[in-house]
Design a protein around this ligand. Sequence first.
Ligand code: PLP
Length: 375
Amino acid sequence: MKKKIWLSSPHMSGNELKFVNKAFETNWIAPLGPNVNGFEDDIQNYLQEDVFVAALSSGTAAIHLGLILLGVGKDDEVLCQSMTFSASANPIMYLNATPIFIDSERDTWNMCPELLEEAIKDRISKGKKPKVIISVHLYGMPYKVDEINEVAKRYDISVLEDSAEALGSTYKGTKCGVFGDISILSFNGNKIITTSGGGALVAHNISFKEKAIFLSTQARDSATHYQHSEVGYNYRMSNVLAGIGRGQMMVLDERVASRRKKYNTYAEELSNYNEISFLDEIENNYSNRWLSCILTAGYNKREKIRLELEKENIESRPLWKPMHLQPIFSKFPSYVNGVSEDLFNKGLCLPSGSNLTTEELNRVISKLKNCIENL
Ligand SMILES: *Cc1c(COP(=O)(O)O)cnc(C)c1O
């Protein structure tokens, strides 16, 4: 069997162990400590806006706390991009709120602003104004920020920006992760940088950050004994893992450059095949190209390519299956135009890791060319 080529695997820089060792030397083996604060500062500095960052145990935890901070409770409606990973939508269920799914547009594969407005009007006419919009920069490609924010503002609805896949991407030159009333990041093992597992909540005021930390550390009131007047969570990031994050932040720009280079190589090498297409960056957008994706001519051809790659021990994966087509979510209302279902049928994510060697990338490309010629 040939050596496995992964879709996206962790890529350490060597700096991480210094911070992790420091945590061991000083015995800060806890969900607090200097690495946690340092990592939050590193992210704040990187995002370059007036933001306040709370480091948490996962991106999913950040979405859960973000929805709580934005006031979502039982039976509230939350508008959520349908084309995404389930972690964008699951926290709506944790709160016994109702997800309402919105389909995508072709330019970025993200939430369609027109359909969003249509949905809001329809929900209001049915008697309830949605509380929050969860929009996602899928595969690192920024969504139409101005258009989404304009609709949100017109109807006075908060935006939770799911930037789990888009750390290092920019929209109009501003880093993704600062465009929501609350934004979230993920440092899961397959993301552009990782702490093995982790996430962050990004807010524009310190009180949201403080409240997120309060809720993530079991909601302890200030008292000498343990006193609680709210439901708390155990969602704070560990000081050991934050050490990995500090090392990873030092190479984030290199990781973005490397992923973009992989994407450009695929796009160039496969440019002669008419039945394969790529998602170009539209004006305003700069993608971290977290995953390089192609669109094929249809479901059967996409599966054929995926299975051929698998035979060569090369991992590839269909695009996210839209939430409105998932068994767990299909009973909820959705506003659909067919775009995300079509993308799911045709789309394939290719090995994209910043640690892919030139030989590995060439192995993938030559196998791909061979498959496409024999479709
Ligand atoms: C990875 C991811 C999340 C969840 O992050 P975790 O840190 O794995 O909990 C949320 N949304 C999207 C779009 C993601 O890709």
